[in-house]
Structure formats: structure tokens, C-alpha cells
Design a protein around this ligand. Structure first.
Ligand code: HEC
Length: 114
């Protein structure tokens, strides 16, 4: 009986794949507090959550802000947590544009009246 109750209580948490922090909009994956602490001071966290990139590109973005936008240096372990979080939570998206419609399904071209 106690066991069944435990499972029911756990379920809602496990069903929600990506919980989002209401205040920042950040996905609550491991490391999200570091990103909340370091990445919302100069611009909205929405600039972070709207970006998609692989780990190297995230690092490029951070290096660019450090070189040109006064972003501070991170301790190596903090930087690793931030990059792990960003690469896992906001990875590059596959091209979602649909394939072209096959010519056989297209209407016949109507010749314009001269
Ligand atoms: C010291 C200030 C500062 C901090 C802190 C900061 N940024 Fe930025 N960031 C900027 C500025 C300035 C821009 C340019 C904003 C613009 O173009 O309007 C920017 C732009 C961006 C962009 C858009 C880049 C693009 O190519 O358009 C992303 C993504 C981003 N920041 C992510 C982050 C992340 C992730 C962190 C934490 C690791 C962070 N920022 C922390 C200053 C900062």
C-alpha cells in the first residue's frame, strides 16, 4: 500500500520531461542555476533560450561576449557546467522545413492569357 502511494506521488515529476523555471524561462536541467546566475545580468534569459547551438558554438558565443561585451571569466568547472547545460538544453535543431511537394501532386501550370 505504501509502495503504491509512493509511485503515484513520483509519477507527475517523471512525466514532465522538461520543467521550465517560470521566472527565467530556463529549462531546469542540471546546471540551470549557473546559467540563471551568470547569463541574465546584461540581457534577458530569453536571448539564451531562443538560441540553438552545439557545444562549440555555445563556447564561441561565450568567448565573443568575453572578448567584446565585458562578460567575466568563469572558473573551469563553472564553465563546464554552463556548456553542458546549454549544449544539452538548447541543441541545434534539425531543419524542420517540409520537403517540396512532388510535381505529380502539383496543379497543372495555367498558361497566362496573352
Ligand atoms: C556582461 C554582459 C553579458 C553577460 C553576463 C552575458 N551576455 Fe550574452 N550578450 C551580451 C551582449 C551585450 C550581447 C549582444 C546583445 C544584442 O545583440 O542585443 C549578448 C548576446 C548574447 C546572445 C546572442 C548572440 C548572437 O549571436 O546573437 C546569446 C545567445 C547570449 N548572449 C548568451 C549568453 C549566455 C549563455 C550567457 C551566460 C554564459 C550570457 N549571454 C551572459 C552580454 C552579456
Amino acid at each position: 500500500m505504501r509502495c503504491a502511494l509512493f509511485v503515484i506521488l513520483l509519477l507527475p515529476g517523471t512525466l514532465i520531461a522538461a520543467e521550465v523555471d517560470a521566472a527565467s524561462g530556463l529549462i531546469k536541467n542540471p546546471g540551470w542555476e549557473q546559467v540563471r546566475a551568470h547569463c541574465g545580468g546584461c540581457h534577458s534569459h530569453a536571448l539564451v533560450t531562443g538560441q540553438r547551438a552545439d557545444r562549440n558554438t555555445w563556447l564561441d558565443i561565450i568567448r565573443w561576449m568575453q572578448a567584446t561585451q565585458n562578460l567575466w571569466q568563469f572558473q573551469p568547472d563553472v564553465e563546464t557546467q554552463i556548456l553542458d547545460y546549454l549544449a544539452a538544453s538548447y541543441p541545434p535543431q534539425a531543419n524542420r522545413r517540409r520537403a517540396p511537394i512532388p510535381p505529380s501532386l502539383m496543379p497543372e501550370v495555367v498558361q497566362s492569357v496573352q
